[in-house]
Design a binder for this molecule. Structure first.
Ligand SMILES: *[C@@H]1O[C@H](CO)[C@@H](O)[C@H](O)[C@H]1NC(C)=O
Ligand SMILES: *[C@@H]1O[C@H](CO)[C@@H](O)[C@H](O)[C@H]1NC(C)=O
Ligand SMILES: *[C@@H]1O[C@H](CO)[C@@H](O)[C@H](O)[C@H]1NC(C)=O
Ligand SMILES: *[C@@H]1O[C@H](CO)[C@@H](O)[C@H](O)[C@H]1NC(C)=O
Length: 460
């Protein structure tokens, strides 16, 4: 069955149910709402087309609203952003742009690889310049730096991201291939490891490190880097060659106590950044009289068995398991076709979302009647400021896989369903006019669902 057919079926079933379920009169105990808002809307507001199964010409028309485009338009972009062109009728106001495809980032091409970044410069919402909300909910937290920037980096087999450090910590998720990481901490303890796809690394701020693709695969490696600072710029790193090119030669010689005056006469005049190299033979660190770092800088996240949920899976890595990772937490989530990462929010931190596979739809609710819906594809970044309500729906016909990343030591979320299931039922009824049967149905959410399956009304 095609997904559009399933969707039509779902529409007709849901419409029928909504009509049947509409109460003839509200229970007497419930404060009478305005008669016009028993339901905000029974319109399912489904996305009107998918990126890969387009109508011939996408049009900004939803029901009786809108009209065709007469002027020029970028059809390719319209197809990928159905809910911007024809927003659900529940959308209202503007939360700011919360979508950044890495395809929009200027790439830096080097011999041996490339790097492209997203930061607050290209996506202002990532720097909490969300003025109304700054005042509403961030005023007491502005001293905390809660923002995130991301870099997508590629190294050919053997290629090296030069020895460097930076003023923020660095967290990474390996997308393809194996990357060898090396670092030495403030106590002179060293660490070398090969990090595989789906695994993580983390270097605390100021800890010097380097990255090198192994030849485990002929292509080398690619990874996602996360920096817990929305203004981070990949150029802001402190590089080994750059430093030594700016130290008087005789100081270098004295510092390293080398006898050959020519020993350091080959320092590159310009930073290397990314450059080709021979693949590392193994992952052995030099013997270290201080020993190895107390908390490993790498984490075998790929070996964690995900928790199976009704409509997908989830697994989490934060400082409870990946102990050194005190400033970045992650949830790797899969959502099956038609399933939903439930309505929720994150009470303390912004969410930086990276879509790995599939297609999804997210509505961000920002209070004060403001809500916007965005469509995402693999390779896109979403950004949800702290505490704003949202969901992630799989709108494609393949598994949606994505990362929820936080500038935090802990993963935390608040589930709307769980909140309602654990609140005195009379209180919930008084707000939403729900009948007892529905209140009973909600009790299954006393345990957090995280991802709920597609609605199955055949047994109802
Ligand atoms: C999934 O979507 C793709 C692209 O639109 C389409 O080619 C394919 O037939 C769909 N598969 C199923 C099982 O519906
Ligand atoms: C980063 O630095 C390199 C080398 O100095 C330069 O070519 C590049 O334009 C810089 N990129 C940005 C975004 O400033
Ligand atoms: C990978 O690199 C190592 C070290 O340079 C080398 O010994 C090995 O033969 C290489 N393997 C392949 C498949 O190229
Ligand atoms: C939907 O529910 C019915 C009745 O409980 C069940 O028989 C059927 O297998 C379910 N369908 C799916 C796709 O889960």
């Amino acid at each position: 069955m095609s997904s559009s057919f399933l969707r039509l079926l779902q529409i007709s079933l849901l419409t029928a149910t909504a009509v049947l379920a509409a109460p003839a009169s509200s229970p007497a105990s419930v404060a009478q709402p305005s008669s016009t808002v028993l339901f905000a809307s029974t319109d399912l507001n489904l996305p009107l087309w998918e990126p890969n199964s387009p109508p011939s010409v996408p049009q900004p028309i939803r029901g009786s609203l809108g009209a065709s485009i007469l002027g020029p338009t970028n059809t390719f972009m319209e197809l990928e952003n159905a809910d911007l062109l024809a927003p659900p009728t529940t959308d209202s106001g503007s939360v700011g742009n919360a979508k950044w495809p890495f395809s929009f980032s200027k790439n830096r091409l080097q011999t041996g690889g490339w790097a492209r970044q997203q930061n607050a410069q290209v996506m202002p919402i990532a720097k909490s310049r969300f003025l109304k909300l700054d005042r509403m909910i961030r005023s007491d937290r502005l001293s905390h730096n809660q923002d995130i920037a991301g870099v997508n980096m590629r190294l050919e087999a053997g290629a090296i991201r030069e020895l460097h450090w930076h003023t923020t910590s660095e967290w990474a998720y390996v997308l393809k291939g194996t990357t060898q990481i090396s670092a030495v901490d403030q106590d002179g303890k060293n660490f070398v490891a090969n990090v595989k796809p789906g695994d993580l690394w983390f270097f605390p701020a100021g800890i010097p490190h380097s990255l090198q693709a192994t030849n485990d695969t002929a292509e080398g490696s690619e990874f996602l880097l996360i920096f817990p600072d929305g203004n981070f710029d990949e150029n802001d790193t402190l590089l080994l060659t750059d430093w030594l090119a700016h130290v008087p030669f005789e100081v270098i010689q004295k510092n390293f106590q080398v006898t050959d005056p020519k020993a350091f006469s080959h320092i590159p005049a310009e930073q290397l950044y990314i450059f080709p190299g021979n693949p590392p033979a193994n992952a052995d660190a030099p013997s270290d009289p201080q020993g190895t770092v107390p908390l490993p800088y790498a984490f075998s996240f790929s070996e964690i068995v995900p928790t199976q949920l009704g409509g997908g899976t989830v697994k989490i890595a934060d400082s409870r398991t990946f102990k050194i990772s005190t400033t970045v937490a992650v949830a790797e989530v899969t959502v099956e076709p038609g399933a939903l990462r439930e309505l929720h929010w994150h009470p303390t931190m912004d969410e930086w979302t990276f879509f790995l596979e599939g297609e999804g739809r997210v509505t961000i609710f920002a209070g004060q009647s403001t809500a916007n819906t965005f469509n995402y594809q693999a390779g896109d970044i979403a950004y949800v400021p702290v505490s704003l309500g949202h969901y992630v729906e799989n709108t494609g016909n393949t598994t949606l896989k994505y990362l929820e990343i936080f500038n935090s030591d802990l993963f935390q979320d608040v589930s709307l369903s769980q909140w309602l299931a654990l609140t005195p039922p009379a209180l919930v009824k008084a707000h939403l006019g729900l009948d007892d049967a529905t209140i009973q149905e909600l009790t299954k959410f006393k345990e957090k669902a995280i991802v709920v399956p597609p609605l199955n009304l055949t047994g109802a």
